[in-house]
Design a protein around this ligand. Structure first.
Ligand code: 4AD
Ligand code: MG
Length: 457
C-alpha cells in the first residue's frame, strides 16, 4: 500500500500543501455535528497525527470513528492549528479494520499491571510505543558503538554443554521424555539428542573468549537464559545480553569500556528519542532527563568491595540481609551504595573469589578476584564483568575447587595453553539498561513477551 509514515507527515516541511495517504490506528477521536478529529498513530513517531474531517464534505464509515480502528486517510498536509507540527485535512477516509468496544486498550484502563495481561495489544499505548522505540534506538547505538571501534560482532551458540556462570541455572534442552529405566543420569543423557546433557546458554562469554583470542575485540548481542527462581522486577528467564570481550586488557580497561559504552548509548537515546524521554520524565520518573544528562557528563564512581562492605556496615541502615566481608551483595545493598552513598553509577570491584565465577582473574591477595559489577540507582547491578584468569594452572585449580567437570571446558582451557593473553570483558543486561533509561520499574514492561517463573504468556 503506498502511504507516508506519520513521522514524515508531521515533520517534512516540503509536504505542506501536498496530498498524502497515511495509515494507522485511531488513538482518540472527537466527534461533533460539523467536524470530527481523529488522532492517528502508526508507531513511526511518538507524536500522533491529527486528522480533521469536515463532516459537511465527508461522511466516513462510522466504524472509522472508534478507538482502535485501523484506517487509511488521504488528505492535505496543513500547519497544525496548535503547536509546530502538521495535521491532515481529510479528503477520503477508509476503514481497514474495525475495532469493537471490547478492545482492552481503553483510556481508563491503562495500569501497567492490567496491560501485562494483554501483551499482544499493549504496544499500542504511549508508554509501550515509547519504551520499545528507546529499546530499538539503544540496540542500534550499541552496534554502532562497537562497529565504529572495530569490534567484531559474533553470534555464540544458544544450546551449550557448559554452564558459564557455574550457578546451575541452566534450562535443559532435551528431546527425551522422562524414563525411569536408565540406571544413571549419564546413561539417560547418552540416549538424548546430543548424547550428553545440554542446556540453554546463560552467557556467550566462554565462546566470546575464543573469538577475542583471535580478533582481539569482539562483542555478542543475543539472548541468554536463566532458570533462576527469582520472581523480582529485574529478573527474566530470557533476556538480551551484550557481552564484549577484549584481548590485551585488564580490569581497568574493561571498566573504561563499560563506562564509555553506557554514556554513548544514553547520548544516542537522548538525541534520537527526545520526545520519548520527555514523556517518561513527565509520567514515569520525574527528573529522568536530568539524571541521564548527569550520567553522560560525570565520571562513574569506583569502590572496592571491601570498602563497600565497610560503608554498608557503618551506614546505620536497616538491611534485611546482614553485611559482612565475604557475603554476596543483595539488591538492597547495591541500591544503597549507588542511590544513597554515591548517587550515581558505581563500579564495585575486587569481590571475594568464593562468591564469583571460576574464570575470574585471581588477585595477588589470594582472597579476591579482578571482577566488577556496575550498579545504578533504581535497579542495582546492570553489568557484571571481570578480567579473566589467563594462567592455566590457576584456572584449573579454581575449577577443581568448585568440583567442575573439566571435560566440558577442554577447549576453554586450551586458550590458556596456546598463546594465552590477559583479557577481559563484561555482560550488560539489555532490559535493565532500558529500564534505567526510561524509568520503567518492572523488567516485564520493557520486554515484548516476558518469560519469568510461572509465566510464559
Ligand atoms: O553478572 P552476569 O551473570 O555475568 C555473566 O553472565 C558474565 N558471563 C558476563 C561477562 O563477563 N561476559 O550477567 C551479566 C548481566 C547482569 O549484570 C544483568 O544485567 C544481566 O546480565 N542479567 C539479567 N537480566 C535479566 N534477567 C536475568 N535473570 C539476568 N541475569 C543476568
Ligand atoms: Mg552478576
Amino acid at each position: 500500500m503506498k502511504h507516508t509514515d506519520i513521522y514524515e507527515v508531521l515533520r517534512d516541511k516540503t509536504l505542506l500543501g501536498k496530498s498524502v495517504t497515511v495509515c494507522g490506528w485511531v488513538r482518540t477521536f472527537r466527534d461533533s455535528a460539523q467536524v470530527a478529529f481523529l488522532e492517528l498513530a502508526d508507531g513511526t513517531s511518538f507524536a500522533r497525527l491529527q486528522v480533521v474531517i469536515d463532516k459537511n464534505a465527508l461522511s466516513p464509515d462510522a466504524e472509522c470513528l472508534k478507538n482502535g480502528a485501523a484506517v487509511c486517510v488521504r488528505g492535505e498536509v496543513v500547519k497544525a492549528f496548535k503547536g509546530e507540527g502538521h495535521e491532515l485535512n481529510a479528503a477520503e477516509v477508509s476503514l481497514l479494520g474495525k475495532c469493537p468496544p471490547e478492545y482492552p486498550i481503553q483510556k481508563k484502563r491503562t495500569t501497567l499491571e492490567f496491560l501485562r495481561t494483554v501483551p499482544h495489544l499493549r504496544l499500542r499505548t504511549n508508554t509501550f510505543t515509547a519504551a520499545f522505540r528507546v529499546r530499538s534506538v539503544a540496540a542500534q547505538a550499541i552496534h554502532r558503538y562497537f562497529h565504529e571501534r572495530r569490534y567484531y560482532y559474533i553470534n555464540t551458540p544458544l544450546i551449550t554443554a557448559s554452564d558459564c556462570e557455574g550457578a546451575g541455572e541452566m534450562f535443559r534442552v532435551t528431546t527425551q521424555p522422562f524414563n525411569a529405566k536408565y540406571p544413571s543420569e549419564a546413561e539417560y543423557y547418552k540416549n538424548d539428542f546430543f548424547g550428553k546433557k545440554a542446556g540453554l546458554s546463560v552467557s556467550g562469554q566462554l565462546e566470546g573468549e575464543v573469538a577475542a583470542t583471535a580478533f582481539s575485540k569482539i562483542y555478542t548481542f543475543g539472548p541468554s537464559f536463566r532458570a533462576e527462581n527469582s520472581n523480582t522486577t529485574k529478573h527474566l528467564a530470557e533476556f538480551w545480553h551484550i557481552e564484549p570481550e577484549v584481548a590485551f586488557a585488564d580490569l581497568a580497561d574493561v571498566m573504561e569500556l563499560a563506562e564509555e559504552m553506557i554514556k554513548y548509548i544514553i547520548s544516542a537515546v537522548l538525541t534520537e528519542c527526545a520526545d520519548e524521554i520527555d514523556f517518561f520524565d513527565k509520567f514515569m520518573e520525574k527528573g529522568l532527563k536530568e539524571k541521564l544528562l548527569h550520567v553522560v557528563n560525570s565520571d562513574f564512581a569506583v569502590c572496592d568491595y571491601t570498602q563497600a562492605v565497610e560503608l554498608l556496615q557503618q551506614s546505620g541502615a536497616q538491611f534485611q540481609y546482614p553485611v559482612s566481608w565475604g557475603c554476596d551483595l543483595q539488591t538492597e545493598h547495591e541500591r544503597y551504595l549507588t542511590e544513597t552513598v554515591f548517587k550515581k553509577p558505581v563500579f564495585v570491584t575486587n569481590y571475594p573469589k568464593e562468591i564469583k565465577s571460576f574464570y575470574m582473574k585471581q588477585n595477588p591477595d589470594g582472597k579476591t578476584v579482578a571482577a566488577t559489577d556496575l550498579l545504578v540507582p533504581g535497579i542495582g547491578e546492570i553489568i557484571g564483568g571481570s578480567q579473566r584468569e589467563e594462567d592455566y594452572e590457576k584456572l584449573l585449580s579454581a575449577m577443581n575447587a568448585r568440583g567442575m567437570d573439566k571435560s566440558a571446558y577442554e577447549q576453554y582451557l586450551d586458550l590458556r595453553i596456546f598463546g594465552s593473553v590477559p583479557h577481559g570483558g563484561f555482560g550488560l543486561g539489555f532490559e535493565r539498561l532500558v529500564m534505567y533509561m526510561t524509568g520503567i520499574e518492572n523488567i516485564r514492561d520493557v520486554t515484548l513477551f516476558p518469560r519469568s517463573v510461572g509465566n510464559i504468556m
